[in-house]
Design a protein around this ligand. Structure first.
Ligand SMILES: [Zn+2]
Length: 269
C-alpha cells in the first residue's frame, strides 16, 4: 500500500515502517531518526524501529483519552512511540529527583557477545542487552517523564515516547510545519555546553543538550557509570569531554563546543 500523503511539505517520509502516518519533520528529527534506526539495527541485531505505536498525528487530531495531550509533539512531527509490544523489550523504572522515568533495554538478537552488553536490567541471569535509552539520548532523542497517576493508567507511563524537539515550543513546531517557517528563529543544532550547565527537564519541549553529550560519552565509555548521565555538567563530564578531545587531537578544553559536539555525534554514529 502506498503511504498516505505528506501532512506538510516540511515532513520527510520514513520508509519501511508500520504506522499510520510515517513522517517526521524534515531536518534534524528525520535525519537523527534514520541514524538512530540504523544504530539500533547494528547494536541490537534487529530493526526495532520499524513498528510503532504512533509517529506523526494530523494537526486536527483530537482526543479526550486520559494521558494523550492535544498539544502533542506527535503533531509537530518530532516524536515517536515505539512498539511497546516487542517481546525483546525490558523496561525498568528510573526514579530521578522524585520524578518517574523509565529506561528501555532490548534483548540482543545474538547472545554470543558480538552485540550489546552483558547485564540483568530486570534481575535474573545476565543476557546481552542494547541500552536503547542511552543510544537514543546520544542521538538527541530524549524520553519524557511518566505522567502523574501512571501506576493506574497505562497510557500515562509514556516509556515508549521519545522526542527530538530542537527546543521548539509546540506552537513553533506547528508553525514550522503549517505556517510561515521563516518566522521561527532557527534553533542552534549543537550549542556549546560546559561546566555547571544543566538541562531544564521541567520544560517539556526543551532539548537535553547536556544529557546528550553525557550519553555520547557514556556510549563511548569515556563517562561511567550510567548515573553520571544526569543532565548536570559536572567535573566528571568535563574530564570526559577533555579525554574525548584528546582522542581527536583537539585542545582539551573540557568545553563541548559545536565542533566537539559534531565530532561526538560522528563518533556514536
Ligand atoms: Zn507519544
Amino acid at each position: 500500500m502506498p503511504p498516505p500523503p505528506a501532512p506538510s511539505p516540511n515532513t520527510t517520509l520514513i520508509p519501511n515502517i508500520e504506522v499510520g502516518l510515517p513522517y517526521l519533520r524534515t531536518g534534524t528529527p528525520a535525519d537523527r531518526f534514520k541514524a538512530l534506526r540504523q544504530k539500533i539495527i547494528n547494536a541490537a541485531g534487529f530493526d526495532f524501529l520499524s513498528i510503532f505505536g504512533d509517529m506523526m498525528r494530523h494537526k486536527n487530531f483530537q482526543t479526550s483519552e486520559a494521558g494523550v495531550a492535544n498539544k502533542s509533539r506527535h503533531k509537530c512531527g518530532d516524536a515517536f512511540d515505539y512498539n511497546q509490544g516487542d517481546p525483546r523489550l525490558v523496561v525498568i523504572k528510573d526514579l530521578r529527583d522524585g520524578v518517574t522515568y523509565f529506561r528501555t533495554y532490548l534483548r540482543c538478537e545474538k547472545q554470543d557477545g558480538t552485540q550489546g552488553e552483558l547485564m540483568a536490567p530486570n534481575g535474573g541471569s545476565p543476557k546481552f542487552y542494547c541500552d536503547f535509552t542511552s543510544i537514543a539520548e546520544a542521538f538527541g532523542w530524549h524520553r519524557i517523564r511518566a505522567q502523574r497517576g501512571w501506576p493506574n493508567v497505562w497510557k500515562k507511563r509514556e516509556f515508549w515516547h521519545y522526542q527530538l524537539t530542537e527546543g521548539y515550543t509546540f506552537d513553533q513546531g506547528m508553525q514550522l510545519l503549517y505556517g510561515d517557517a521563516s518566522a521561527v528563529p532557527l534553533a542552534p543544532e549543537l550549542p556549546t555546553v560546559k561546566l555547571n550547565d544543566r538541562d531544564d527537564e521541567t520544560v517539556f519541549h526543551n532539548s537535553r543538550h547536556v544529557r546528550q553529550v553525557q550519553a555520547q560519552l557514556y556510549v563511548l565509555k569515556l563517562l561511567q557509570p550510567l548515573k553520571e548521565v544526569d543532565g548536570v555538567f559536572g567535573p566528571k563530564t568535563q574530564a570526559a569531554v577533555s579525554a574525548f578531545q584528546q582522542t581527536k587531537g583537539i585542545t582539551p578544553t573540557g568545553i563541548a563546543d559545536t565542533d566537539t559536539r559534531r565530532k561526538l555525534l560522528e563518533a556514536v554514529l
